[in-house]
Design a protein around this ligand. Structure first.
Ligand code: NAG
Ligand code: NAG
Ligand code: NAG
Ligand code: NAG
Ligand code: NAG
Length: 338
C-alpha cells in the first residue's frame, strides 16, 4: 500500500517546460538544443480572442453552456512518451474532452480531406465518446501520434522485427503536414507538443510494450498502461535486448522526427512539454490549464509508471548498450531518471 501510494504520488508529480518561441533554433542538426533547452517561457497570460470558439454541434444542444467559449487543441506526441497518462490527466478536468488517438483508424487518415473532415467533427463537438464532456466542454481536442507501432509479432520473429518499432507507420500527420498546419492556423487550433527527453527509456518502453502484445504478461491480457504497482512490476520483469548496431541511428531517427514536426507546425500557437518535467513538477499542469484557457482544477490520473529505477535494471544487454553510448551525445540517457 505504501509503495502504491508512493508510486501514485510519484506519477502525479508532474512538470512542464514551456518555451513557445524558442523553435527557430530547432533544426535537424541541433539535437542538443532540442533536448537541452531549459528555458522556461510561459505562454502569455490571456488567451487571445480568436482562439475562442462557439461551436454549434448537430448531435446535441450546448444548452446553458452555449455562451461558454471553447478552445481547440491537439496533443502531438510519440508512443511511449507519457501521452496516455497526460491525456487521462487532462480528461480528469470537468471541462476537457480529449478524444484519444482518433487517427489510429486508417479510414480516418486515408487522405487529407478525410483527416480534415474528422477534425471538423471533433472541433464541432460532434465526436462522441467516453471522454466527451459535451455541452460544457471548454477545451476539445485529440491525441495525435507522430508514429504508430503496429508490430504484430510472433515470438520467433520478435527479435527481427523489433527495430521497426522505432519508426513505425505514421498517423497521417507528417504525410499531410501542409494541409493540417493550414487547417490548424485557419481554425485557430492550439498545439501541445509532448516529448520525452530520455529516448533510451522510451525505446525500452516501446520494446517492452511490443513484446507484451504477444506475451500478454498480465493474465493473458495485453496492457499498454497499468493502474497498480503490482501490474507495473510484472510488466517490467521483461528486459528487452537493444540492438546496439543500430542504436545510435535509431536514437537519431527519433530525434529527427520530433525536430521535423516542430518545424512543420512552428507557426501554430503551441507549448512544448517534456514528460520528465511533468513527472517532476506538478505545478506545470497549471500552465497547461492556463494555456487551454481552463478554470484551474486538480488533475488526477490512476496510471502508474511501469519502468522505475535505473535503466540498467531494465535492459538485458546493459553492458553493450553502455559501451555503445559512452562518449556519444546520448551518454546522459544512461544515467537520467524517469
Ligand atoms: C518555421 O520553420 C521554418 C523552416 O525551418 C522556418 O523557415 C521558419 O522561419 C520557422 N518559423 C518560425 C515562426 O519559427
Ligand atoms: C479521400 O477519401 C475519401 C474516402 O475514401 C474519398 O471519398 C475522397 O474522394 C478522397 N479524396 C481525395 C481528394 O482523394
Ligand atoms: C465547466 O463544466 C461545468 C459543469 O458541466 C459548467 O457548469 C461550467 O460552466 C463549465 N465551465 C466552462 C468554463 O465552460
Ligand atoms: C540490428 O541492426 C542492424 C543494423 O540495422 C541489422 O542489420 C540487424 O539485423 C539488427 N539485428 C537484429 C537482431 O534485429
Ligand atoms: C490474475 O488473475 C488472478 C485470479 O483471477 C488474480 O488473483 C490476479 O490478481 C491476476 N493478476 C493480475 C496481474 O492481474
Amino acid at each position: 500500500m505504501l509503495l502504491r501510494t508512493a508510486v501514485l504520488m510519484f506519477s502525479m508529480a508532474c512538470s512542464i517546460f514551456i518555451f513557445s518561441e524558442c523553435l527557430k533554433q530547432i533544426s535537424t542538426h541541433a539535437r542538443t538544443k532540442f533536448l537541452e533547452l531549459n528555458v522556461i517561457e510561459k505562454p502569455s497570460q490571456s488567451i487571445v480572442i480568436p482562439y475562442l470558439h462557439y461551436p454549434e454541434p448537430v448531435s446535441f444542444s450546448r444548452k446553458e453552456c452555449a455562451r461558454n467559449p471553447v478552445l481547440f487543441f491537439v496533443i502531438l506526441s510519440n508512443q511511449r512518451s507519457g501521452s496516455g497518462w497526460f491525456e487521462t490527466l487532462l480528461n480528469s478536468h470537468i471541462n476537457v474532452s480529449s478524444n484519444g488517438e482518433i487517427f489510429s483508424v486508417i479510414r480516418r487518415r486515408k487522405n487529407a480531406s478525410s483527416i480534415l473532415h474528422t477534425l471538423d467533427k471533433v472541433y464541432n463537438l460532434d465526436w462522441l465518446n467516453s471522454a466527451s464532456k459535451n455541452e460544457c466542454s471548454a477545451a476539445v481536442g485529440l491525441k495525435w501520434m507522430l508514429n504508430q507501432d503496429h508490430v504484430d509479432v510472433s515470438s520467433e520473429y520478435y527479435e527481427l522485427v523489433q527495430i521497426k518499432t522505432f519508426s513505425g507507420s505514421m498517423q497521417g500527420l507528417l504525410e499531410h503536414h501542409k494541409e493540417i498546419a493550414e487547417y490548424f492556423d485557419h481554425k485557430r487550433v492550439s498545439i501541445i507538443f509532448l516529448f520525452r527527453r530520455n529516448l533510451l527509456r522510451r525505446m525500452v518502453s516501446l520494446l517492452a510494450n511490443s513484446y507484451d502484445r504477444y506475451a500478454k504478461l498480465l493474465n493473458g491480457t495485453h496492457k499498454s498502461h497499468v493502474h497498480s504497482a503490482e501490474e507495473a512490476d510484472i510488466l517490467s520483469k521483461y528486459k528487452p535486448t537493444i540492438n546496439t548496431t543500430s542504436l545510435l541511428d535509431d536514437l537519431k531517427d527519433m530525434e529527427m522526427r520530433a525536430a521535423k514536426v516542430l518545424e512543420y507546425f512552428n507557426s501554430t500557437r503551441h507549448i512544448i512539454l517534456y514528460y520528465e518535467d511533468l513527472v517532476r513538477n506538478p505545478n506545470m499542469l497549471k500552465d497547461v490549464q492556463q494555456f487551454l484557457g481552463l478554470p484551474q482544477m486538480e488533475l488526477t490520473s490512476r496510471q502508474v509508471k511501469i519502468h522505475r529505477g535505473p535503466l540498467s535494471d531494465h535492459i538485458q544487454n546493459w553492458d553493450d548498450v553502455n559501451k555503445a553510448l559512452k562518449g556519444t551525445v546520448y551518454e546522459s540517457f544512461l544515467e537520467a531518471d524517469y
